[in-house]
Design a protein around this ligand. Structure first.
Ligand code: GUN
Ligand code: ZN
Length: 436
C-alpha cells in the first residue's frame, strides 16, 4: 500500500553540531513523504515528486504543519509513570522514598499491564515512537510493556531490572534467578517484530559483583541484545561506587570490567566522567542518554554534550520519567538547551532535533531502520502543529526562518502541538487533536 503525506518536512542526515551545519538537515517547505507498506519510499519537494506519483495514491495533506521523524526516548522508566513530579529528594533518597515503593506495586501483573498501556499512550500523544525502557524487577513488567508496544507495532527496547542488593527485600532477585528470567525474556521477545531486549542492571549499587558478572556473561552470549543501566548520575552515588570498588579507576571501569561496556550498551546520565572515561566509552561503542529534566529535577548535575560529542560518543535524549518531569521530547530538548546554556554552550534547534531523532537512533544502534526519512527506513513520524496553542501560533507566525520556528516550537510546545503520530505509516488514535 502506498500513501503520501504533504506538509513541510524536516529531518537530519547527520549531527548539525554547535554551529548548526545546514548540510546536516534536509528541509522541504512544501514537501512530500511517500510511504509504502510502512516504510519510507522517498521524501522530497512536492513539486518534484507529485508528477511521478501514481494517480491512485492517497495524499494526506497537513498544510501549515511540520512533519519530523518520530521522537526516540533513549531512557525512561515506565513503572515510574505515577510518581513523576515527586517532591524534594536527590537520587538515593528519591529512589527509597518514591521509586522503590512505586515499583513494588508491580508485583501485581494487572497493574503492570494497566500502567504499560497508559505509558505507551502517553508516549504516542507526545510524538514518541521508540523508547529504551526500564521495567521493574518483575519479569511480567517486561511482558506488559512488550505487549503494549506490540499492540501498537512500536519499535521498543525494554528489560526487567536486575537488582539483588541494596534495595527493599520485595524488589530483590538473585544472581542466578535474575539471569534465568532475563534469558527467558530474551528468547520470548528479542527480535519479535519491532521489539528488542535490554539486559538491565539498575546500577552498580544494586547488583552484587556476582550478578554483574552473570549479566556480562549473558551479554556476551547475546551480542545483539542491548545493555541498559545508569552511570555517574549523582556525586553521592559515584563516591559510593569508588568506596565499593577501590581497585577500579572509575564507575565506568566497573561496568567495563564486568563486560557491560560495548556496542548497544546505553548509559543514562554520564554526568561525572573523566576524559579517560569518555575515550573508553567511545572506543568500546557505548552510548549516553542525556536526561536534562531529570538531571535538573533531582539536582544531579549538567551533561557536557560538547565533550561527549568531541569524544565521538553516541548521544541521544532521554526523559528518565519519573526522575524526569515530562514524557515530551520537545520539553526535554528545551531543558537540554538550558543545561547547555548554563555551561556557555549552544544547542541549535536542529541539533536538538537530531538528539531526539537520528542521534538517538544512533545511540540505540537503530539508525539503519529509524531516525530520519531516508528511503527504506520505517515510516514513524510526527506532525507538529504550531496552531496547537495560541501562544505557539503567535510566536511561530512571528518567526522568519525555519530555525527560528523550530526553536520556538521546541521551547514552547507540548503535547497540544502534536497533531498526529504515525507508526509505520499508520496514524495512532491516541493524542487525537481537533481540527484535523
Ligand atoms: N539510578 C538507579 N535507579 C535509578 C532510577 O530509577 N532513576 C534515576 N534517575 N536514576 C537511577
Ligand atoms: Zn533512569
Amino acid at each position: 500500500m502506498r500513501q503520501a503525506f504533504r506538509s513541510s518536512i524536516l529531518h537530519c542526515l547527520s549531527d548539525p553540531g554547535e554551529e548548526a551545519r545546514s548540510s546536516a538537515v534536509e528541509y522541504f517547505e512544501d514537501g512530500l513523504l511517500i510511504v509504502e507498506d510502512g516504510d519510507v519510499l522517498k521524501a522530497g519537494h512536492a513539486d518534484a515528486l507529485l508528477p511521478e506519483l501514481p494517480e491512485d495514491v492517497r495524499i494526506i495533506e497537513y498544510p501549515g504543519r511540520l512533519i519530523v521523524p518520530g521522537f526516540i526516548d533513549c531512557h525512561v522508566h515506565f513503572p515510574q509513570l505515577d510518581i513523576i513530579a515527586s517532591y524534594g529528594e536527590q537520587l538515593l533518597d528519591w529512589l527509597n522514598r518514591y521509586a522503590y515503593p512505586a515499583e513494588a506495586r508491580f508485583a501485581d501483573p494487572d497493574y503492570a499491564r494497566e500502567v504499560a498501556t497508559a505509558f505507551v499512550d502517553e508516549m504516542l500523544a507526545n510524538g514518541t515512537t521508540t523508547a529504551l525502557v526500564f521495567g521493574t524487577v518483575h519479569p511480567h513488567s517486561a511482558d506488559a510493556i512488550f505487549e503494549a508496544a506490540s499492540a501498537r507495532d512500536l519499535r521498543l527496547i525494554a528489560g526487567k531490572v536486575l537488582m539483588d542488593c541494596n534495595c527493599p527485600e520485595e524488589l530483590r532477585d538473585d544472581a542466578a534467578g535474575g539471569i534465568a528470567d532475563s534469558r527467558a525474556l530474551i528468547e520470548k521477545w528479542h527480535g519479535k517484530g519491532r521489539l528488542g531486549y535490554a539486559i538491565t542492571p539498575r546500577f552498580a549499587l544494586t547488583s552484587t559483583s556476582e550478578q554483574l558478572t552473570a549479566a556480562g556473561q549473558l551479554a556476551a552470549e547475546y551480542p545483539d541484545v542491548w545493555i541498559h543501566t545508569h552511570l555517574a548520575e549523582n556525586t553521592e552515588e559515584v563516591d559510593e561506587i569508588a568506596r565499593l570498588y577501590p581497585e577500579h579507576s572509575s564507575y565506568l571501569d566497573v561496568y567495563d570490567h564486568f563486560g557491560l561496556l560495548r556496542e548497544r550498551a546505553v548509559f543514562a546520565h554520564c554526568l561525572h566522567m573523566s576524559e579517560a572515561d569518555r575515550s573508553s566509552m567511545a572506543s568500546k561503542g557505548g552510548a549516553a542518554a542525556f536526561c536534562p529534566t531529570s538531571n535538573l529535577f533531582l539536582g544531579s548535575g549538567l551533561f557536557d554534550l560538547p565533550a561527549m560529542r568531541a569524544a565521538n560518543i553516541r548521544c541521544g535524549l532521554g526523559t528518565d520519567v519519573g526522575g524526569g518531569t515530562s514524557l515530551s521530547m520537545l520539553r526535554t530538548a528545551s531543558e537540554a538547551y538550558k543545561v547547555l546554556h548554563l555551561q556557555e554552550h549552544a544547542l541549535p534547534a536542529t541539533r536538538a532535533l537530531y538528539l531526539a531523532t537520528l542521534g538517538a537512533a544512533e545511540a540505540l544502534y537503530l539508525d539503519d531502520c529509524i531516525g530520519n526519512f531516508l528511503p527504506g527506513k520505517e515510516a514513524d513520524f510526527v506532525v507538529l502543529d504550531a496552531a496547537g496553542s495560541s501562544l505557539t501560533a503567535r510566536r511561530v507566525a512571528a518567526a522568519e526562518t525555519m530555525d527560528e520556528k523550530l526553536f520556538a516550537l521546541i521551547t514552547l510546545a507540548d503535547d497540544r502541538n502534536i497533531a498526529a503520530t504515525y507508526v509505520r505509516g499508520k496514524r495512532q488514535l491516541c493524542g487525537e487533536k481537533s481540527g484535523l
